[in-house]
Design a binder for this molecule. Structure first.
Ligand code: AOF
Ligand code: ZN
Length: 369
């Protein structure tokens, strides 16, 4: 490995680390990091930590105080130029007399989209863009989709055997993957605003769908796709109060069941007449509820339907080095009618392969033709 040199990438990497540390806690806002450097010294650092609160640049500038004058700001996202819940960062950088601003990625928010950079340049600030841009964009892949479409970024996660089974033919599924994969799975929950499962999974496992890590993480909003409201009012996730519960349902839902669940604080979201939940409508409605990232944890029917409908943005597949067999009796991770020819198969792009304890983690982005 080559030693890190003091250059633009060195400080941008630090800013990216600050941003990444807040991954999962900014809601529909992006994660952003900022480092201020002057005369060879870091004089301020900051990250955007919560929607509605100060942006990264403001935290860093507050830390630097008078030392911001003449400094270089490294920001992972183009400084904003609009009045949102907070005032524009570009104005604050100008006011504090920063000399140079180095940016990783531009902001896809149509209210910003290059105007933050233009504003800085118009005030004589030297602007450099594109430093570690790919890394910065990857950190905000959910934000980038949500701000452009109003729909959540959908990640499907599964834990299966090498033959794609999520349980044995008897239904036994504990455990398929090892501790390291399960911990990564909980980190994914922390990093998504909501988690979606089918009613079959709830009836089979009575899961909590909370985040359980070595140190506490954030619990996602629990979303259940349940066209006829089979969700028992005494299901664990309804009872535990750990995070809000949303049910995606249809006009087939019996009124009294609807009332019983609503009385327990469950939010109903109508997704068409049925027979099944209209998944396209569901994504739009979840977007309207300001859910910008959604983690899907099965079952195979729901994951398969989402995939077949072209609604999945990313797949994270934990594969245990095991083969269980069982044919149609053993459920698989993607259960959908399928294609006639291999040439039509859904292919993953930008594939990443990692070891995760005794398992393998494959992740990639489906390409729909
Ligand atoms: C930045 N630095 O740290 C963040 C930015 O409602 P607001 O005021 O929080 O604005 C949210 C928008 O601001 C968000 O959609 C994105 O365009 C930008 N986020 N910009 O300069 C930051 N978090
Ligand atoms: Zn800002």
């Amino acid at each position: 490995m080559t030693a890190a040199l003091l250059n633009d990438e060195y400080y941008m990497r630090l800013a990216l680390q600050l941003a990444g540390a807040a991954s999962g806690q900014t809601g529909i806002n992006p994660v952003v990091g900022c480092v201020l450097v002057k005369d060879g010294r870091i004089v301020g650092m900051g990250a955007h930590l919560k929607r509605g609160e100060a942006h990264a640049e403001v935290h860093a500038l507050n830390m630097a105080g008078a030392e911001a004058e003449g400094a270089t700001a490294y920001v992972t996202l183009e400084p904003c130029s609009h009045h949102g819940k907070t005032p524009p960062c570009s104005d604050r950088l100008i006011r504090d007399k920063v000399k140079r601003v180095v940016v990783a990625a531009t902001d896809d928010n149509p209210l910003v989209a290059g105007s933050g950079l233009a504003r800085l340049a118009a005030h004589g600030i030297e602007v450099t863009t594109g430093v570690l841009a790919a890394e910065a964009r990857a950190l905000n892949e959910a934000f980038n989709k949500y701000i452009a479409t109003g729909r959540p970024f959908v990640t499907v996660k599964s834990a299966s055997t090498l033959d794609g089974k999520v349980a044995a033919k008897t239904g036994d599924s504990k455990w398929i993957t090892g501790d390291a994969s399960r911990a990564q799975g909980h980190l994914l929950r922390h990093r998504h605003q909501a988690i979606l499962v089918g009613i079959g999974t709830v009836l089979a496992d009575d899961p909590a769908l909370t985040t359980r890590l070595e140190v506490p993480g954030l619990n996602p909003i629990r979303v259940v796709a349940d066209s006829t409201l089979r969700l028992p009012p005494d299901a664990r996730l309804v009872r535990d109060g750990a995070a809000p519960v949303v049910v995606l349902t249809t006009e087939r839902a019996p009124q009294e069941r609807r009332r019983a669940l609503e009385a327990r604080g469950v939010r109903m979201v109508d997704c068409g007449p049925g027979p099944a939940v209209n998944l396209n409508a569901a994504m739009r409605r979840l977007g309207e509820l300001e859910i910008g990232s959604l983690l899907v944890e099965g079952g195979g029917k729901l994951s398969g339907a989402l995939l077949a409908a072209g609604l999945v943005d990313k797949l994270v597949l934990f594969l245990a080095p095991k083969i269980i067999g069982g044919g149609a009796l053993a459920p698989g991770n993607f259960d959908f009618p399928g294609f006639e020819t291999m040439s039509r198969a859904i292919k993953l792009e930008r594939l990443q392969v990692e070891r995760c304890g005794e398992d393998v983690c494959l992740s990639g982005y489906p390409r729909y033709e």
